[in-house]
Ligand binder design. Sequence first.
Ligand code: C5P
Length: 313
Amino acid sequence: MTPVTVRVPAKVNLQLSVGPPKADGYHDLVTVFHAVSLFDEVTVAPADRTSVGVTGEDAARVPSGRANLAVRAARALASAARRRQDSSAVRIEIRKRIPVSAGLAGGSADAAAALVACNELWQAGLSLGELREIAASVGSDVAFTLLGGTAVGQGRGERLTAALTSGTYHWVLAFASGGLPTPEVYATCDRLRAARAAGAASGAVPQPELDTGLMAALRSGDPAAVGPLLSNDLQAAAVSLRPDLRRTLAAGREHGALGAVVSGSGPTCAFLAADARRARELAVSLSGAGVCRAVAPVQGPAPGAAVLAGERG
Ligand code: C5P
């Protein structure tokens, strides 16, 4: 069996509306996922025992062994495809460009890539629908990075409907140093809401709803219409945990971004630009302003997890 390499995108959330906490510790979401052209690459090859190696961005911060989502995905696929244990061990090599714990679904992306790569390596023949079901059992964002493009996510984020959009959107991602643990950001969001509710007449957190104005703007292909409609219910929590993000967001707006939002649970900030040239200019300005660790101009929507040509088994 020849090794198989899969390329998989990062995501930003154009809308992230979070409902009240549920008994299982999760929150009902309505989110608009958008895959962007910042990719990890994952190679799988047969081995005597399953292991994972990571190179590139933030490599030292990626968990190894069973705590790694790509390892969990490979195991879940082996069990769904009813492979014998002695023939389902793989070496997983992850080349990371997506920062870790950054609100960009980097770990989920590697899991999605491992699913597609092992399905190909083992010629297991599972459909995209079957892969999506396994993906949802591994993590909330795995199903989306498998699909790519732009999609509305509901439930925990795993129930997806592809969205109609026009054109290409040009973004600048501003990476922070260090990450934010997703459970802590959700818990902080709950706490901030509870504190606010204590001083208000009606405290109930409403069920999340899709922003139809944002969907219309995305269909129009006009970044100036999309920019002001970007929203994220986790942003206040992320900013309270990382107050330096306030400066980053303000700097993006000052330098002409059409929209500025924390991506997912943060700390990455995403800025929408009018076109590729303005995105490059904004990236240079943000770098110069010293408000982030690094910047990356990217485009969306990007395709989901896909086997790289010439790498098929
Ligand atoms: O599903 P995943 O493992 O990616 O979720 C990480 C954490 O994010 C969960 O343990 C939970 O604390 C939080 N989460 C949530 N509601 C969601 C998705 C994630 O509370 N819909």
